[in-house]
Design a protein around this ligand. Sequence first.
Ligand SMILES: [Zn+2]
Ligand SMILES: [Zn+2]
Length: 344
Amino acid sequence: MENPEQNSDATEELAQSYSKRARVGVNVAVLPADPGLRIRISDYHPNERDQIRRAYLQKGPHQPKDHIFPLKQFGKISRRFNPDWFEEHAGWLEYSVEKDAVFCLYCYLFKPYVGAQGGGDSFVIEGFKNWKKKEKLQKHVGGHYSVHNQARQKCEDLMKQSNFEVVENPEQSSDATEELAQSYSKRARVGVNVVDLPVDPGLRIRISDYHPNARDQIRRAYLQKGPYQPKDHIFPQKQFGKVSRRFNPAWFEEHAGWLEYSIEKEAVFCLYCYLFKPYVGAQGGGDSFIIEGFKNWKKKEKLEKHVGGHNSAHNQARQKCEDLMKQSQNIQTMINKQSDYTTG
Ligand SMILES: [Zn+2]
Ligand SMILES: [Zn+2]
């Protein structure tokens, strides 16, 4: 089950550093501070979620009091967010500078995700910004057994529980919130730390859950590394009726450009489709190479079927990967030419 240590190439090293990170904890310093830039808690690895929740609770809700809150037109009147509301809802009310909207920290951390149709998720997903209806804040809190108050209870329970545990990031000071916010928004503009990207495809979050400014850089990083193919892994046997089979590493060569293997899930994934296939939700059914992973070793022909014809979703995604890499080569050439010009 554990990663073999004999493989010393960089990919393997990254995989190990990631799986170590998944066990020991994430780097909470790079968690997005602005609630409008966060990904869902459920998109983090299950092993990481409570540590992430604790980090957010320790920092407290994101309340940038000194921000110049922009005016918004409501009919003939213009209004804006009033920072006094931070005090009235000190425990949970968060403001996103990115989206000019408010969010709820408790619900972000613990409210079960019910999809877009729920309608009541404005304080978690899109953010609330109807400054004319301040009473909605109180309504969001609701009664004793409201969803919000259940989430609050879970937050309190988690923090009580963590009082008995070792502090995992002692160098993390809680008043560095603003610094973290700045470092994140800088990161979102300039680029992510690609070394921290999960290597194992079974541990990745969706590309669409990264900040839009960061996506192409993340795609390039994955394409430069190439598909994750841990050739020396001892692939476990799986029972199919009376026969047991396992993944055959020779398939890596047959599908060298895209086939990836997840040690975490003992299943294969497609790099091209991960990077560029539009997400269509669970009902599509054809997403086994992106979301859950394919592991029916009895039906090897499905790999070829996944590739499909010239205009298949897979081949369209492949084309986008090639275009992106060409584009970045052009940019690199331009930069090289420019520095040639300035230096010589
Ligand atoms: Zn709430
Ligand atoms: Zn594919």
